[in-house]
Every structure is written in C-alpha cells, then in structure tokens.
Design a protein. Structure first.
Length: 193
C-alpha cells in the first residue's frame, strides 16, 4: 500500500465523523493545500464543523483553500434525467459537460495546489468519489490516492480491482460497466435504507 504522498497527483477523503482537528491533521499529513468539496449538499447536521461555511473558515486558518464543487462533481444529481429508477446514473453523469468541466477544473487546480476531493463517506468504495470521480481522473492519467482515517493512503489503482470484484466479475473486461453496476447496487441499498 503506497503511503508516499508524492506518488499521487491528487487525493480523496471522506469526512465521516472525524473531529475537525483530526481531519485537518489528515489533510496536512498529505500536504493538501486545497480541498474540493464534492458533496451535492455541503452541510452536516451530525458534524456541523463540516458544513461549508464552518469548514471553509477553519481551513482558511490552516492555509488550505476550500472550493465547493458539488454542482459539477456531486453524487446526487438534481436533473431527473440523470437518475435511473431514482438512483444516480453515474455513467450518464460522467458524460455531462458540467462533470467534464469539473474534472478539467480540478486538473487545472493540481498545477497550483495539492488537491483533495472531499465527500462524507469514510470508506472510498461506498462513495461516488471512488465510483464516479476518481475513475475519471485515472482515465486522464492522474494518480489518485484515497486518504483513510488512520492517515494511510490507498492508491485508486489498487481499489479498482476490489471495485470490479464487487460487480461479481460479470464485466471483467469492461471496467466502466462494472463500476456502473456497483454504483447502481449501492444506490439501491441507500434508497431502501
């Protein structure tokens, strides 16, 4: 498991229920200088320090830029055409001009900042940042690392096989189709809970 931050072009992280000081320490430990918030709704009732305003203010005191990007890279689309049976259709979302522009904006940002994408879910495999966003960067040749709660970093390239295994090996030669199946299953589980 590579843990050298220089191995990666950008990171992802789930804020989960981390205390804010621990969360900031994780970002600083990876050398992050800009946080792109990819939550569709950037607030948290359980952990209000992760609501957009409070988080942006805290990160500013730490020298970390806060950039809301949920409109372009969020996992819950507002457009009903991007839903399939009420579940986000990640393949359709990835094909939108807004999503592609969001990916381009983050890539441009990596030229000036050490960027980390943030959503809520602790486990990368349970989040759209692994199922939708990180694959788009990987397809463009960027090396993505997922920051975990213990400070370790897991390469997206090592998660991808786990992701495809979760698709029951139905589509071993078609990673986008395998990711789509996993994301639909995840969406159904969330919808029924």
């Amino acid at each position: 498991m590579p843990n050298d931050q220089a191995t990666f072009d950008l990171f992802t992280i789930g804020h989960s229920n981390h205390p804010i000081d621990h969360f900031v320490a994780l970002l600083k430990g990876a050398g992050v200088t800009a946080l792109a918030d990819v939550r569709s709704q950037p607030f948290s009732r359980r952990s209000p320090w992760f609501s957009a305003g409070a988080l942006g203010e805290r990160l500013a005191t730490e020298g970390i830029a806060y950039v809301p990007m949920g409109d372009a890279l969020g996992g819950r689309p507002r457009d009903p055409a991007l839903l399939r049976d009420g579940i986000p259709d990640y393949a359709a979302m990835a094909a939108t001009p807004e999503f592609r522009a969001g990916i381009d904006r983050v890539i441009e940002g990596t030229r000036r900042f050490r960027v980390c994408l943030m959503c809520a879910e602790r486990e990368p495999l349970a989040c759209h940042r692994c199922l939708l966003v990180a694959p788009a960067f990987a397809e463009r040749g960027l090396r993505v690392g997922h920051l975990l709660a213990d400070g370790s970093i897991v390469a997206h390239a090592t998660i991808e096989p786990r992701l495809l295994a979760a698709s029951n090996d139905l589509f071993p030669d078609d990673p986008p189709r395998g990711r789509a199946m996993v994301s639909r299953r995840r969406g159904r589980a969330i919808k029924s809970s």
